[in-house]
Ligand binder design. Structure first.
Ligand code: AMP
Ligand code: ZN
Length: 479
């Protein structure tokens, strides 16, 4: 394995500075990354899943470059208020009512565990590597209370009749992420539900709730959504840590609030690099969201004949900072390309008597691949390069396979599984079947097509399939 020094520097577009910067880790050879996790009051939609494929790609690019990655995806199982402006009811409370469950912590745990399991299952189906931990917000109440008390001590928190709020006017750098305007009158997403709030941008640190929650110095209730991420990221990664990710929809409120409270409490930066994925829209360009009806789960894709890995492949063909428009047609076209890729990959393993066209200056695919992925995770460019490689007649099949397997450490399309399956299948094909296939080749070459056809049928009757392709034939076990 190469040392980190042999690799190219990784450049990241940092929302905090608005620039592409060279990544410098806090600790040599290590990366701490926090990915804002889902609010588990419902299934994840495929737009949400784009955020976790991005997190997985980031992790894989660092691992490809020999970094040791500590990755945290939290589970928001309480505290996410329904309005984007951080007001209204808690989403978990809403889910309990929807599912006719009592308003108890036990019932909340039951509902959130159900959707957490579905979420993790979605990640696995998408070949997303499991993070170091999936901490649950409901298990970190003491850590939330500690930060809120610190904020009180530092003069940033104030109590009202419905909870404790953060005073955004007191924190001078409020809104620095993405340069969010503090001009309240322009901030239409913020609705005043509590007239005791000092500023429209002030947000809940602790929400009082007589029915559901935990005891606290301020009364029974539950933590705000933002404080949970501040507490869990600090606990598992320290403060500051290297990378924080989420969708662009989190820039204006959630992430600015996380930054404000963590930095106001501890006087330290929260994270050095902030990476935000663009949104996925659906059909006519509407943002996919859990509330707007344009809601597609991974299971719905499978019903439409799209495999999770083909969906992953489709995501890789766009840069993460480009908005994508989900249509079944577009993803099915990508699925066809993905199938071609797998077929080509299988065929490469079977090529015999290869004709290679040597060129004076062969392309350095490994280097070009690294250039793409270290350039702000340019998977679209890397996928295009992979197709260039496939079509390149100057590269021998064995080398192509090695390169494709190495690219797939980042793409995560599971080509090594295809290879293992293929190897197993080859082992499983008995010699007499191979002999029948060879006899068929000879008959075909002699233009004895009836005989060739009869042999094909004989092979099929024994549970195998023979397929012709430009390089020769392929023999497979029929499932
Ligand atoms: P949530 O469960 O709402 O906190 O969202 C989980 C993740 O999905 C966050 O990183 C969001 O930014 C992201 N997200 C939400 N909607 C979309 C969308 N339509 N396209 C891409 N990412 C999204
Ligand atoms: Zn978060």
């Amino acid at each position: 394995m190469k040392a980190i020094l042999d690799h190219m520097p990784i450049h990241i577009y940092n929302t905090l500075t608005g620039e592409k910067e060279e990544f410098k880790p806090l600790k040599e050879g290590k990366v701490g990354m926090y990915n804002c996790g889902p609010t588990v009051y419902d299934y994840a939609h495929v737009g949400n899943l784009r955020a976790y494929v991005l997190a997985d790609i980031i992790r894989r690019v660092f691992e490809y470059n020999d970094y040791n990655v500590t990755q945290i995806i939290n589970i928001t199982d309480v505290g996410h208020l329904v309005s984007d402006g951080d007001d209204g009811e808690d989403k978990m409370t809403k889910a309990l009512k929807r599912e006719n469950k009592p308003l108890t912590l036990e019932a909340m745990d039951e509902v959130s565990s159900f959707y957490t399991e579905k979420f993790i299952n979605d990640l696995k189906q998408l070949n997303i590597e499991m993070p170091s931990a999936f901490p649950k917000a409901s298990r970190h109440i003491a850590e939330d209370i500690e930060i809120i008390q610190k904020l009180e001590e530092n003069g940033y928190a104030y109590a009202t009749s419905d909870g404790v709020y953060f005073d955004t006017k007191k924190y001078k750098a409020y809104g620095k992420l993405g340069h969010i305007s503090l001009d309240d009158s322009k901030n239409e997403s913020r609705i005043v539900i509590n007239p005791e709030k000092r500023n429209l941008t002030d947000f809940t640190l602790w929400k009082l709730d007589k029915n559901l929650g935990w005891e606290s110095p301020w009364g029974k209730g539950f933590p705000g959504w933002h404080i949970e991420c501040s507490a869990m990221s600090r606990k598992y990664l320290g403060q500051p840590f290297d990378i924080h990710t989420g969708g662009v929809d989190h820039i204006p409120v959630h992430h600015n609030n996380e930054i404000a409270q963590s930095e106001a409490a501890y006087g330290e930066e929260l994270a050095h690099y902030w990476i935000h994925g663009a949104m996925m829209n659906i059909n006519d360009g509407k943002k996919m969201s859990k509330s707007s009806g344009g809601f597609l789960k991974l299971a719905n894709l499978e019903e439409a004949g799209i495999s999770p890995i083909a969906f992953r492949y489709w995501l890789l063909t766009s840069h993460y900072r480009t908005q994508v428009n989900f249509t079944v047609e577009a993803v099915k076209a990508a699925q066809n390309a993905f199938i071609r890729l797998v077929e080509t990959f299988i065929r490469l393993g079977e090529v015999q008597n290869e004709h290679v066209h040597a060129v004076a200056e062969p392309k350095d695919y490994a280097k070009e691949f690294e250039e793409k992925i270290t350039n702000d995770f340019d998977t679209a460019g890397a996928v295009a390069l992979m197709w260039d490689l496939i079509k390149d007649h100057s590269v021998v099949a064995k080398e192509k396979i090695e390169l494709l397997l190495s690219f797939d450490e980042v793409f995560g399309l599971g080509l090594h599984v295809v290879k293992d399956m293929k190897d197993e299948m080859n082992e499983a094909i008995p010699a007499e079947i191979t002999a029948l296939a060879e006899a068929r080749e000879i008959a075909r070459a002699a233009k004895e097509f009836d005989k060739a056809d009869a042999l094909r049928k004989e092979i099929a009757s024994r549970g195998y399939e023979v397929k012709d392709n430009p390089e020769g034939y392929i023999l497979r076990v029929v499932k």
